[in-house]
Design a protein around this ligand. Structure first.
Ligand SMILES: C[S@@+](CC[C@H](N)C(=O)[O-])C[C@H]1O[C@@H](n2cnc3c(N)ncnc32)[C@H](O)[C@@H]1O
Length: 289
């Protein structure tokens, strides 16, 4: 029997590395449907309807490593958790409805060490529910850009930012695939935040390729004001250390001495350990380039 939506998402978050592809079903019965649902498809249309859908089908939760942030999340108490995966009405899986363990440790770190981002321009790539970006804004970043490829995530990020009193002029949401070979230019950043982005080999390849070009471009710029900071939150996914160390090793032969350094390690809270079998803690790393 196929697992329901919640457990299926959790399988991606544990160590199994299961990947979820885009799905689509014209029949989405059993969900709490807000007004604005598109007649024949069950898919909410327009930002207001997506917002209503998120509010109707998620829970406002502080049950995570950053309880000072209230976040709309899909929890085992939501009816959608036990829905059949094909009942999900949007093309992309709701990664934004989960506060991933790597994001939890990274946001915790920013709230504990606000000096890392205070007064700096921040890009949270793969923002999901937006918690890491919200933590950066709370920590005093001069501007935060929360980026994701999923337009539904963009609505969730704005909703969560509002829930936490973060204004739209200090947190901008950008829906764009910065990692694609035909990518548009990235927003400028001093600090790059990567919360649990090392979950899938092909995303990691694109990410490291993108990082390589972004950094090379910056090095070519005169008057670079300060060295860029790259922070990664990761709960011990094997692909993270393997791929980063190989990547850094290749850069070292080009005459630089890049390094990966652990800055902090946190035990995951009970809720995250329960939902992510095999994971018990997570660390924040800096990629020194
Ligand atoms: C594992 S989740 C992490 C979410 C969040 N950072 C956290 O820790 O809770 C990965 C997120 O990256 C987004 N994503 C995947 N590929 C992306 C890309 N090329 N550009 C931007 N976001 C991407 C997904 O939509 C998803 O929201």
């Amino acid at each position: 029997m196929l697992p329901s939506l919640g457990p299926r998402l959790l399988a991606t978050r544990g160590l199994s590395g299961l990947r979820l592809g885009p799905r689509w079903s014209p029949v989405a019965q059993g969900l709490r449907r807000p007004s604005g649902t598109h007649g024949g498809t069950g898919r909410p249309q327009g930002e207001a309807a997506v917002r209503d859908f998120i509010e109707a089908n998620t829970e406002a939760s502080r049950e995570h490593l950053t309880p000072e942030l209230m976040l709309r999340l899909l929890t085992p108490r939501c009816p959608l958790w036990t829905a059949r995966p094909e009942m999900w009405p949007f093309p992309a899986d709701p990664y934004w409805a989960i506060y991933w363990p790597g994001g939890q440790v990274l946001a915790r770190f920013l709230l504990d060490q606000p000096g890392v981002v205070a007064g700096r321009a921040v890009l949270d790539l793969g923002s999901g529910c937006g918690a890491v970006a919200i933590a950066a804004a709370k920590a005093g970043a001069s501007l935060v850009v929360a980026n994701d490829i999923d337009p539904v995530a963009a609505v969730a990020i704005s909703l969560n930012a509002e829930l936490n009193g973060v204004r739209a002029d200090s947190l901008r949401v950008v829906v764009r695939d910065l990692l694609s070979p035909h990518r548009a230019p990235s927003p400028p950043w001093d600090v790059l935040l990567l919360g649990d982005m090392f979950y899938d080999g092909s995303t990691v390849s694109s990410l490291l390729r993108w990082l390589e070009t972004s950094l090379a471009r910056r090095q070519g710029q005169e008057m670079e004001p300060s060295a860029p900071t790259v922070l990664v939150g990761d709960p011990g996914r094997p692909v993270f250390l393997e791929r980063c160390e190989a990547w850094l090793g290749a850069r070292a032969t080009a005459g630089t001495a890049p390094a990966l350094r652990e800055l902090a390690r946190y035990e995951l809270p009970e809720s995250a350990r329960r939902d992510n079998s095999g994971l018990s803690d997570g660390a924040v790393w800096t990629l020194r380039l």
